[in-house]
Design a protein around this ligand. Structure first.
Ligand SMILES: NC(=O)c1ccc[n+]([C@@H]2O[C@H](COP(=O)([O-])OP(=O)(O)OC[C@H]3O[C@@H](n4cnc5c(N)ncnc54)[C@H](OP(=O)(O)O)[C@@H]3O)[C@@H](O)[C@H]2O)c1
Length: 256
């Protein structure tokens, strides 16, 4: 199936590792030009090199998208690099190890909300004028099954839940601008160096028990399994999907 992504300009926030890296590679493999944004230069450079070595087009920018200035800069760099913007993937996020409600102080709330919610707000706002020039665009918000149900990480769950709600609001509000907005909600996703890999190394028995108790397919998801859905959702073939969430979790989540 030709997804029609060839030569489209895409920004992937948090594209230097894990799920974001797989999304950047997946979009580039479909012929999109990809700018990836993260705070660490080395990770950005490595993924840019990987994409270019595979024959794709990629650039990187080192920014903190949890700030309004950083998010806007990432968007503007992508538009400058590729002569416009067609696809914005708001992927940067994470639970920041914050934990339950009674463990989260004011700083934990601010950091969680800035990273998991406001980064997507600021980047999406900045993307609108660029989408206008192209008569439309696509925004993918990477949320989580945390956000759809209880998850032992109150600020993260609240911020991801807010991002899922925002996806509906934006999907309706931006329809007249021909901008689709889709949330992709991964379940627990394992990759080398990722948060689940670190937890497995620290306490293998606990992760084995989690797999047995909570993961119906007896394994974690992979970044590529999430990225495949993001790439499809970003493509013209998903033209009637907007203002909604797609769960990609191997039936891990218990919400209907
Ligand atoms: N892995 C899972 O099990 C899972 C499950 C559900 C949902 N998700 C969601 O999927 C997304 C990706 O998760 P992941 O596990 O791949 O995360 P990860 O391994 O922690 O990678 C996060 C990426 O975002 C970048 N990043 C973090 N903070 C940033 C900031 N303030 N500004 C710019 N870039 C930033 C990181 O690079 P730098 O550190 O260099 O900035 C990295 O490229 C997140 O939104 C996460 O909440 C993950």
């Amino acid at each position: 199936m030709d997804l029609g992504l060839s030569n489209k300009a895409a920004l992937v926030t948090g594209g230097s590792r894990g799920i974001g890296r797989a999304i950047a590679l997946g979009l580039a493999a479909e012929g999109a030009k990809v700018l990836l944004a993260a705070r660490g230069q080395d990770g950005v450079d490595e993924v840019v090199r990987e994409i270019v070595a595979a024959g794709g087009t990629a650039r990187g920018v080192v920014v903190d998208v949890a700030t309004r200035e950083g998010a806007a800069r990432a968007v503007d760099e992508a538009a400058l690099a590729f002569g416009g913007l067609d696809v914005l993937v708001n992927n940067a996020g994470g639970s920041l190890g914050v934990g339950p409600f009674d463990a989260a102080d004011a700083d934990a709330w601010a950091r969680s909300v800035d990273l998991n919610l406001m980064s997507a707000v600021w980047a999406s706002q900045a993307a609108l004028p660029h989408f206008e020039k192209k008569n439309g665009g696509v925004i993918i918000n990477v949320t989580s099954i945390c956000g759809l149900e209880y998850c032992t990480s109150a600020p993260y769950t609240a911020a991801k839940g807010a991002l899922a709600s925002l996806t509906k609001e934006m999907g309706v509000d931006l329809a007249k601008r021909r901008v689709r907005v889709v949330a992709v909600a991964p379940g627990s996703t394992m990759f080398p160096g990722g948060s689940w890999d670190r937890r497995r190394k620290a306490d293998p028995a606990r992760i084995d028990k989690m797999i047995a108790d909570e993961l119906p397919w007896g394994r974690f998801g992979s970044p590529e399994e999430i990225a495949n859905v993001v790439v499809f959702a970003a493509s013209d073939k998903a033209s009637w999907i907007t203002g909604t969430s797609i769960v990609v979790d191997g039936a891990q989540g218990r919400a209907v």
